[in-house]
Design a protein around this ligand. Structure first.
Ligand code: GRG
Length: 292
């Protein structure tokens, strides 16, 4: 997928520029931030943001720092999720987790700093200069979807649910917040920055919700069927932590069917864009077939 690679290159180049140079008085935290952000990540969320912006006729250069901000927030969530007080995982993106490489306290600070820098990047973006009202709305969305009403809320349900069996409705709520909220942030912010009309914005929100659900179901499946080397993070950790997942509640075969159904729903929601949404359709299919 040529367009994916082009986005990836642009995002990675800009992330490197945005990260504070390690000439600060506190280089350890900068090293830990770079280490966690560098390489290994699929960059799905920033790619989604840029593509949704393009699809709605927006300015990609202006939106780029929002895309990077979202990846910083996602990366902070992974750094904190791996901490001993959370999932206590030693490996992430194919290398030792941040707290293993830099120590727990520095990993907490690196996550905090990535979250903070993300809002700085959004506030200082080209979009904020060119279309300040849209950028302000996008910053509010970023806060809402990353916060207690979004990803943090999902992580809270996750922690409360450890060692218990939760029902499918509760699992879906958890996934909608923990995983879906940042997917929704990506698609909705892309639309908002482009000044999309309600019809297009709603279509992209529906796409994001179904895609986020499919993404998490595949994550649950890979935790059972994948191997640690390919995943770049420990396989089997859901069962080890006695977490309820799509696979534990429905079984592998029904979970695979659910992932296909959600992917089909995501694809269907793009009808308003016609042929121009081919990239997003292909992305949904590729994410369902992913191995890591
Ligand atoms: C601890 C603040 C805090 C939040 C935790 C997102 C999250 C909430 C935890 C991460 C662990 C996890 C399994 C989340 C579900 C979403 C998910 C599958 C994340 C992994 O996303 P990928 O596969 O990761 O896009 P890469 O490394 O490719 O960027």
């Amino acid at each position: 997928m040529k367009r994916f690679e082009d986005y990836l290159e642009t995002i990675n180049r800009r992330l490197t520029q945005l990260l504070p140079a390690c000439t600060y008085d506190a280089p350890a935290v900068c090293d830990a931030m770079r280490y966690s952000l560098d390489g290994g990540g699929k960059r799905i969320r920033p790619v989604l943001l840029l593509e949704c912006c393009r699809l709605c006729g927006g300015d990609l250069d202006a939106a780029l720092d929002f895309a990077c901000a979202l990846e910083m927030i996602h990366t902070y969530s992974l750094v904190h999720d791996d901490l001993p007080c959370m999932d206590d995982d030693d490996m992430r993106r194919g290398k030792p987790a941040c707290h293993i490489a830099f120590g727990e306290a520095t990993a907490v600070l690196a996550g905090d700093a990535l979250l903070t820098e993300a809002f700085g990047a959004a506030a200082n973006s080209e979009a904020a200069k060119k279309t300040p009202a849209r950028a302000l709305e996008a910053i509010a969305l970023l806060a809402r979807y990353a916060g207690a009403e979004g990803m943090i809320g999902g992580q809270t349900i996750d922690l409360e649910s450890e060692g218990k069996t939760i029902d499918l409705t509760r699992l879906q709520t958890m996934d909608r917040l923990k995983t879906g909220a940042l997917m929704r942030a990506a698609c909705e912010i892309g639309a908002v920055l482009a000044g999309a009309n309600d019809e297009k914005r709603t279509a992209l929100v529906r796409y994001a919700e179904a895609l986020g659900q499919a993404f998490q179901i595949v994550d649950d499946i890979l935790d059972v069927t994948g191997d640690t080397a390919t995943l770049g993070k420990p396989a089997g950790s859901d069962a080890q932590q006695q977490k309820s997942t799509y696979v534990s509640l429905l079984g592998l075969s029904a979970a695979k069917q659910a992932a296909q159904d959600c992917t089909a729903a995501a694809v269907k929601s793009l009808a308003v864009f016609g042929a121009d949404a081919a990239f997003l359709r292909g992305l949904a299919d590729d994410l369902m077939k992913r191995t890591s």
